[in-house]
Design a protein around this ligand. Sequence first.
Ligand SMILES: *[C@@H]1O[C@H](CO)[C@@H](O)[C@H](O)[C@H]1NC(C)=O
Ligand SMILES: *[C@@H]1O[C@H](CO)[C@@H](O)[C@H](O)[C@H]1NC(C)=O
Length: 160
Amino acid sequence: MPTSSILLSALALFGPAFCKPTAAPNTPLITCTPRPASPREQQAEFEKYADLLYVKRTPRPAYAYFTANDTQHNPYVLDGAAASFALVNPIYINHTNGVEMLHQGFQAPIGWVHWRLDGGGYPAPTAVVDVYRFEGACIVEHWDIVQTLPADAINPHALF
Ligand SMILES: *[C@@H]1O[C@H](CO)[C@@H](O)[C@H](O)[C@H]1NC(C)=O
Ligand SMILES: *[C@@H]1O[C@H](CO)[C@@H](O)[C@H](O)[C@H]1NC(C)=O
C-alpha cells in the first residue's frame, strides 16, 4: 500500500477531529490586510510574528503579518511576501537547520530579531539580525544583516 493510501486510511479511521490541517506547500499565502494599529497593537503583532517564525518555525501563519507587496532590502530576494516566503519557508520548516532566537525588540514602528542560524545553506553558525517596519497592522518593509565568523577573526569570542 503506498504511503498516501495508508495516510488516507488513517484519516478515514480517525476522522477530521483528530487531524490538524496543515496547508499544502503550494497553497496561496494569506497575507496581511492593511488596517490601522496602535504602537501597542503593533508590538503585540510583532511578538506573535516572531514567535511563529523563530520559535514555532511556522512561516505560513507568520506571513499573515506581511503585506503582500512588502519592500525587501535583502539583495538576493525580490519585493513581495511570495518571494521571501519561497526562500524562508524551506529553511525554517526543516528542523535539521538550527534556528535560535536570541534577542528581540520593538520600538514602533520597527521590530528586530537577533538570531542564530545553523545550516540552511549558510556557513554554521551564522548570526542574523532581521529588521521589520510596520505600517498599521502589517509588516511592509524588511532589512537583514547576515554575519558568519571569518577565518581571520582577531577576537577569540564565539559569535554568540
Ligand atoms: C502595496 O499595495 C498597496 C495597496 O495596493 C499600495 O497602497 C502600496 O502603495 C503598495 N506598496 C508598495 C511598496 O508597492
Ligand atoms: C534539510 O536541511 C539539511 C541541512 O541544511 C539539508 O541537508 C537537507 O537537504 C534539507 N532537507 C530538505 C528536505 O530540504
